[in-house]
Design a protein around this ligand. Sequence first.
Ligand code: HEM
Ligand code: HEM
Length: 179
Amino acid sequence: MNQASQTATRRYNSVAKALHWAIALLIFAQFAIAWTMPEVHKGTLPVGEIHWHIVVGILILLLVAVRIVWRVVRPPVTVGVESGLQHRVAQLTHGVLYLCMLVVPVLGWANANARDWSAELCTGFGLPKIMASGDRFGLDLGDVHGTLATVMLVIIGLHVAAGLYHHIVLKDDTLQRMR
Ligand code: HEM
Ligand code: HEM
């Protein structure tokens, strides 16, 4: 790490912090639901935990959309010049996490529509249909959705480990940025 990246820091505003933690909590809850809900087969109905998986997934997607718009209009303020390999790896990881947070729910949404389920938060208020009922490709996206969610979880694990490494080993202010 060079001198510039050591002295540089970034400040997230309170809305960005609130969105980061709300979405993180919902994503962890979403995995708990996904791992305990009944297996989805042809003819399975979206009730019980499967219903909650859809509701929480839609909430995540909507909050991520708000978060991205907010980041564009009110970006974090950087003090100093950020540079170096560590900074580039962090930027890449954050970019991939944003992409996964969008693509994973959209694939689940498309798969739900292909199963003839509507993606609704509550009766009459939901996402439009993006895939025809019974569409072969849409049905296959269910596996892609589950696999990509697992890839996202691994990246989240690396992200959390990096945060803890900064806090415990490097003893710098990285973790404080999101507090
Ligand atoms: C589902 C879980 C999580 C996701 C999807 C996630 C995603 C992200 C993303 C995309 C950013 C970049 C923010 C931006 O620049 O706009 C970020 C920043 C950050 N996250 Fe997370 N995060 C999660 C959980 C956590 C946890 C559990 C911790 C605690 C160790 C954490 C600590 C941080 C910190 C300290 C930053 C600021 C990093 C910096 O400024 O370099 N995150 N997170
Ligand atoms: C970040 C958000 C999401 C995460 C992390 C996530 C995660 C997962 C995981 C891990 C599975 C596999 C469960 C297993 O087989 O053990 C799964 C299955 C599924 N999810 Fe999601 N999901 C998300 C959002 C959504 C949304 C928004 C919808 C629908 C609107 C959805 C619909 C489904 C469906 C239909 C399945 C069953 C797929 C199949 O077995 O063919 N998911 N999800």
